[in-house]
Design a protein around this ligand. Sequence first.
Ligand code: GAR
Length: 187
Amino acid sequence: MKNIAVFASGSGSNAENIITYFAGHSEIRVAMIVSNNPNAGVLERAERLGVPSFVFSRGEFEKGSPVLKKLAEYRVELIVLAGFLNMISKAFLNAYPERIINIHPALLPKYGGKGMYGMHVHKAVIAGKEEKTGITIHHINEVYDDGEVIFQASFPIHAHDTPEIVAKKVHTLEYEHYPRVIEKFLS
Ligand code: GAR
């Protein structure tokens, strides 16, 4: 069995979608949820779905070792970031080379970087009068939203689309593709 850890800081709808997708899978499972936010909605989802979850402080993430110890305990092979807003420190990159992937709610390299998450991204995309947007699944390296792209999918933006409408369409694309890309990556 290949074990995944999903890191999430907020609502965790992608985390739930990934857990559900792999429930009953013969080779891959979500072994644990990791968060930096004790109030994150993802923790309730994990509890409801029977997946163990762990919260670590900013300092613990920075240091790496307390989190990495827990990941080793659960024999985690791949770290999947799904709305995780804490920086990934070098300790993680060293322990999981090419084994940390992220999803970004826009077409990188546009609309990435520090502060570009969730609704901030969709508002910027609308303000930028873009004709299309989408999702990017990519490797993590030491620079925000800069790692090698694994997968992208896009859709057109219509004249009257609001950031909320765009957010909904982005989430739909994320649910459709993220679990499949993870599955392919691990096979
Ligand atoms: C997702 O849309 C994800 O792409 C985005 O946060 C959302 C989390 O939603 N990530 C980023 O913006 C990272 N820069 P969720 O908690 O409902 O899965």
